[in-house]
Design a protein around this ligand. Structure first.
Ligand code: ADP
Ligand code: MG
Length: 232
């Protein structure tokens, strides 16, 4: 198993303000899988992504990636994991305002020994003609495409997406999700995504629902449309 999440517990706050967000959560994800996390607001979706991403530590339990436990990694190893093997896409694009589209993507490439060719990526993301623009000269969708480019130019093993289309209209959202699916199929990155967008039903390999601190349901998606039938 590529990614093993075992017995993860996480609480925030102290005393009477203490909330137990994750209560011993278990989940396994295969390499290259496109996994979608659903669940009500406050159910711990972002918390789980942050723990997988090594940004936040669990109170108990373990995350194992290809046999290596995150909790056992040295500071140096963990830093390497975050910089080279992990991509993160958020609702807010967080682009560097005084760098162009191309330069924002190159910042991601700088973190890797073997980055993907930036020109190919600009082409796939439909950004070739916008590559010299600054973030404030772009639409929301173009900004998010740039953020996708920055996250995947290092060809990360795992791409974590936390409501990547939360700030976009329905049409643009669908376009962005399709693009992330294309990345998953082309580069084989394992994707874990939180989204409320319905369009994901055609794309995800696995749909996991969180509730009350654990997994409420975990199903392989029968509605996934095979890649060959997708129109790009
Ligand atoms: P979701 O992403 O599913 O909406 P979150 O993982 O963001 O949920 O949050 C789950 C719960 O944990 C919420 O009640 C939230 O207020 C709480 N929480 C998350 N992060 C922190 C934090 N850094 N400090 C205190 N409470 C937090
Ligand atoms: Mg969240």
């Amino acid at each position: 198993m590529f990614l093993k999440i075992e017995g993860i517990k996480k609480s925030f706050g102290y005393g009477e303000n203490r909330v137990e967000v994750l209560k011993g959560l278990n989940l396994e994800i295969e390499r290259g899988e496109f996994c979608v996390l659903l669940g009500p607001s406050g159910s711990g979706k972002s918390t789980l992504l942050n723990i997988i991403g090594g940004i936040d530590g669990a109170d108990d339990g373990s995350i194992t990636i290809e046999g290596e436990r995150l909790e056992d990694m040295s500071e140096k190893r963990l830093s390497l994991y975050r910089r080279k093997h992990l991509g993160y896409i958020f609702q807010m694009y967080n682009l560097i305002p005084n760098l162009t589209v191309r330069e924002n993507i190159e910042v991601g490439a700088y973190l890797s020994d073997q980055p993907l060719p930036v020109d190919d990526l600009l082409n796939i993301l439909g950004l070739t003609e916008h590559q010299r623009k600054l973030p404030n000269q772009l639409s929301g969708g173009q900004q998010q495409r740039t953020a996708i480019g920055r996250a995947i130019v290092k060809n990360p093993d795992i791409l974590l997406c936390d409501e990547p289309t939360g700030a976009l209209d329905y049409h643009t959202s669908k376009e962005i999700l399709k693009l992330i699916e294309k990345v998953n199929l082309k580069y084989g990155n394992t994707i874990i995504m939180v989204t409320h967008n319905d369009a994901i039903k055609d794309m995800a390999d696995r749909v996991v629902k969180l509730k009350d601190g654990g997994i409420r349901s975990n199903i392989l998606n029968k509605n996934k449309i095979p890649a060959a039938e997708l129109e790009w």
